[in-house]
Design a protein around this ligand. Structure first.
Ligand code: KG4
Ligand code: ZN
Length: 354
């Protein structure tokens, strides 16, 4: 069976066709995965402008879906279902995908499957690597989320911890912005950090010990917090600006050092927390997915610690790390096989829980 996946939760319009293989180890095969990125539009504003995003999704969605079907050699009649991201994300953006998927499912007489965006990011690990050894600890780290899950059986996700404030990707984007770098900041900071000294600037790493009042069901000591780190970077830049005039507070060497130092703290925090959770829950593997899993240091450090501690670690391919519809299609297939479909009264939910 083939499924069409649609993803429009933020600033990527994406459609993909994914096929079931029948193999339990590698359940899905990507037939096409088309992504129309809006970064060039939002860059001018230094971040995603929701109203511009939803308008661009409307312009792109038909062409992106047609191309995904074309590249897969598929027609509407050889699809078995349509899967779409229901949330979380920007409500105007989500609505475009949800409305399109409902119309398409109704017109083609296909079942509709509603997918949680983070279930998609988790599924990207399986798309690329096959089923992970379970139980697994999975860290989803993106522009909107930094959350640790325990996956005890395929498709069952137990939230272990999350960020109390900024997501890791958001911290990357904000730090890049205050350094006058491009949007999205993650890839730029990652690149500049390679030439920097990661011990040049002393930045704080936040370690939480107490439960979050807003999530008392979680113990809290595996939680993340990145806003203090971002403020420390801001203070560092301001201190330098005082002596030199605000136009060029830091020279390229200092920027590289600051990027490397910031990245060391973020990556160390993410990796340490994931391994702590794996130890605590006796996980047989660790997976890291979401936009920030494209980070070169995160990939390298995860691999190194995994080898050192004899823990298998997994990341998606670079293309499957950032937002794409193949992961939504795959998560949709899993849900469809579990017998869960949605009605035509489906609505976008910007804060959908997993
Ligand atoms: O998963 P994603 O495409 O969208 C969300 O669901 O948020 O993640 C986008 C985030 C952005 O914050 C971006 O700066 C970050 O992922 N990102 C990176 C890298 N590539 C993308 N962060 C660090 N290093 C990278 N190489
Ligand atoms: Zn995402």
């Amino acid at each position: 069976m083939r499924i069409l996946g649609i993803e429009t939760s933020c600033d990527e319009t994406s459609a993909a066709v994914v096929e079931e293989t029948g193999s339990p180890e590698r359940p899905w095969l990507i037939r096409s995965n088309v992504v129309a990125s809006q970064t060039a539009i939002h860059r001018e504003w230094g971040g995603v402008v929701p109203e511009l995003a939803s308008r661009q999704h409307i312009r792109d969605i038909c062409g992106v879906v047609e191309r995904a079907l074309d590249e897969a050699g598929s027609t509407w009649s050889d699809l078995g279902a349509v899967a779409v991201t229901q949330g979380p994300g920007l409500v105007g953006s989500l609505l475009v995908g949800v409305a399109f998927a409902k119309a398409a499912a109704a017109a083609a007489g296909l079942p509709l499957v509603a997918v949680h965006h983070l279930a998609g990011h988790i599924e990207s690990l399986i798309l690329h690597n096959g089923e992970l050894p379970l139980p697994a600890v999975v860290l989803v780290v993106s522009g909107g989320h930094t959350s640790l899950y325990l996956v005890a059986s395929p498709g069952a996700y137990q939230l272990l911890s999350r960020t109390r404030d900024d997501a890791a990707g958001e911290a990357y984007d904000k730090v890049a912005k205050l350094l006058g770098l491009w949007y999205p900041g993650g890839p730029v900071v990652d690149r500049l950090a390679r030439d920097g000294n990661d011990r040049a600037v002393a930045l704080p790493a936040t370690r939480l010990t107490h439960a979050d009042r807003n999530a008392p069901e979680l113990k809290g000591d595996l939680d993340f917090s990145f806003s203090g780190l971002k403020t420390a970077v801001l203070r560092h830049v301001r201190r330098h600006a005082e002596g030199r005039g605000a136009d060029a507070p830091l020279d390229p060497r200092e920027i590289a050092d600051l990027c490397a130092s910031f990245q060391r703290v973020v990556v160390t925090t993410l990796v340490d927390r994931a391994f702590d959770a794996a130890r605590r829950f006796q996980a047989k593997s660790i997976g890291v997915s979401g936009g920030v899993s494209a980070n070169s240091r995160l990939r390298a450090d995860l691999k190194m610690h995994g080898e050192l501690r004899e823990m298998p670690t997994f990341v998606p391919s670079l293309q499957l790390s950032t937002d794409n519809a193949a992961m939504i299609a795959a998560a949709g297939l899993r849900k469809f096989r579990a017998g869960v479909t949605a009605g035509l009264d489906l609505n976008a939910d910007p804060s959908l829980p997993l």
